[in-house]
Design a protein around this ligand. Structure first.
Ligand SMILES: O=C(O)CCC(=O)C(=O)O
Length: 303
């Protein structure tokens, strides 16, 4: 894994636009085994052999794994789970805790690496039928007033995290964002487009941008940027979808992270494969566990 990107410029792009793309961060020697393992994992998940999946027809957690075969899946959850049903699951552990990714996360969060918190690591895949997610911000419901939106977006340190998508194959064009919308309330026009979607009217959002990722590219983004996913059946998608938190944002992040059920198994992860990175990973896990188990956090969004 490598990047020649200037850290200051990455931070500036993220702050201004709400997202930043870093090309070719994963090398082909890293990609090859990851692709093979991931194809295997996706196949098992599609056959209903892994209970932590995102099923088609439902956008937000919780998902009902018993619908995986009938409806199909658009995501595989918990790549760091100790029981992930692939023999070489340590590849995902090594990827999540890779020094370069964590270094970028600490640059974007403007903190030292021992303030980072382990969060989510999932996989987004092509569904059997084309569909799209509604426009949303991950932790701000659509019914919020502009004042409520601004209150959440402006809370200093409330929600400190960074989120990323990294594609293992060429041509991921599923994530669509409205650049700059992570810092402001929605416009009336944006709300109308968002509302119309519920009635089956799928209009473009003014200023929307399709994030294009090729093999090994990564996009870091603020998950409260106005965004959606647009999924085409038959166009292979194999995108790892991760997030890293900052210890000062743990209060605001608890629901967003723990609603996915990670609290039930994180204590059982084995980081023995990590060598020198193990201490860092143990610290990140400890800070996650200090956020609680997640039994009483509820869900950020419904649908
Ligand atoms: O498919 C994507 O990249 C976006 C996913 C998304 O918006 C979400 O998980 O909330």
């Amino acid at each position: 894994m490598s990047t020649t990107s200037d850290p200051e410029s990455l931070l500036q792009q993220l702050q201004t636009n709400g997202y930043v793309i870093i090309p070719s961060i994963l090398s082909s020697s890293q990609l090859e085994p990851l692709i093979a393992t991931t194809r295997n994992l996706i196949s098992l998940a599609r056959q209903g052999k892994w209970p932590h999946v995102r099923t088609v027809g439902k956008q937000f957690p919780p998902w009902d794994a018993s619908l995986a075969i009938k409806n199909g899946i658009w995501g595989v959850q918990h790549l760091l789970h100790p029981n992930l049903p692939v023999p070489d699951r340590s590849l995902y552990t090594k990827l999540y805790f890779h020094p370069i990714l964590l270094n970028i996360a600490s640059t974007l969060l403007q903190c030292s690496e021992d303030e980072l918190v382990m969060e989510l690591f999932n996989l987004l895949v092509d569904p059997p039928t084309s569909f799209s997610l509604s426009w949303h911000r991950d932790d701000i419901p659509a019914h919020f007033t502009p004042e409520q939106e601004l209150e959440v977006l402006g809370k200093v340190g409330y929600d400190r995290h960074t989120q990323y998508n990294s594609s293992l194959v060429d041509g991921d064009e599923s994530l669509v964002v409205v650049p700059g919308s992570h810092r402001r309330a929605r416009t009336e026009e944006e709300k109308k487009v968002q509302e119309a979607w519920k009635d089956g009217i799928d209009e473009k959002m003014s200023g929307e941008l399709v994030v294009k990722l090729n093999k090994g590219d990564v996009v870091f983004y603020d998950n409260n940027i106005l965004h959606r996913g647009v999924y085409k059946a038959g166009r292979e998608r194999m995108t790892v979808h991760g997030s890293v938190g900052h210890v000062d944002g743990a209060k605001g992040r608890a629901r967003n992270v723990l609603q996915h059920g990670i609290g039930g198994w994180v204590g059982d992860c084995d980081f023995g494969c990590l060598g020198e990175q193990r201490e860092m990973a143990e610290g990140m896990r400890k800070r996650l566990m200090e956020m609680g188990s997640g039994e009483d956090v509820g869900y950020s969004l419904e649908g």
